[in-house]
Ligand binder design. Structure first.
Ligand code: ZN
Length: 238
């Protein structure tokens, strides 16, 4: 069975800006990466589409889905799912919580990526962080669907939010995404509704790349930062 990874994205473009490098990197290594877009970000993260005349909620959603599918294809995503739970505010029901727990049980991810614990600029994001953590814990519970193989302890890494200093987010993992940067940039350019973010997230990748080089003996140009939730369990320190 192939290695797997799970990315829980509040809105349909979040996985691209915040985890596109990690997705493409692991897909290239043979990981089957599943991306769950809990909503399309149709109300809160589609400003450019709403400026077009005659726009409707359904048109925004279908446009966002098409963009996210194109980006997922560029990154080598194995499975992208759209749960259409609404945004601003996102509605995280008990039914969708169990659905996410069952997805953990179905694919047994080696690692999980989701949002930061705080985000003053977006109330959907931290709600999704808690939701994803809750689903992971339910999937670990022996009393949930007894008889199924319970989830182990996959590490959880939190995406870089838009303004990290305001969100108490501090990276303790810097991932070298140099080998897949072109793919991430191509995926970013699929997000036509948020063209104002293309250059911003290119600069973020350069900054994290420079910091990755400074914190290692490696030549790294492009990076992605994450904050880990749990201690790293290692058998030697270096
Ligand atoms: Zn978002």
């Amino acid at each position: 069975m192939a290695n797997t990874a799970l990315v829980v994205s509040a809105h349909s473009a979040d996985f691209v800006w915040r985890a596109g490098g990690a997705i493409a990197l692991h897909a290239a290594k043979g990981y089957e990466v599943t991306v769950v877009c809990l909503s399309y970000g149709e109300r809160g993260e589609s400003a450019k589409l709403w400026r077009q005349p005659g726009m409707t909620l359904e048109k925004v959603k279908s446009s966002r889905e098409a963009e996210a599918k194109r980006a997922a294809e560029v990154l080598g995503v194995h499975d992208i799912q759209f749960w259409d739970l609404g945004d601003y505010p996102i509605t995280l029901t008990q039914e969708s919580l169990f659905r996410l727990a069952d997805l953990h049980r179905a694919i047994h991810p080696k690692f999980i990526l989701t949002h930061s614990k705080e985000d003053l600029y977006n109330y959907d994001h931290p709600q999704v962080t808690e939701f994803a953590q809750h689903a992971r814990i339910i999937a670990q519970a022996h009393g949930h669907n007894p008889g199924q193989k319970v989830l182990g302890a996959p590490p959880v890494f939190l995406f870089e939010p838009h303004q990290p200093e305001q969100c108490n987010w501090k990276p303790d993992v810097l991932l070298d995404i140099g080998s897949v940067w072109e793919k991430k940039r191509a995926a970013i350019e699929c997000m036509e509704g948020q063209e104002h973010l293309w250059e911003y997230y290119t600069r973020v990748a350069q900054q994290r790349g420079a910091q990755a080089a400074r914190n290692s003996d490696l030549t790294i140009k492009w990076g992605e930062g994450y904050q880990s939730v749990f201690p790293h369990v290692v058998s030697q320190l270096a």
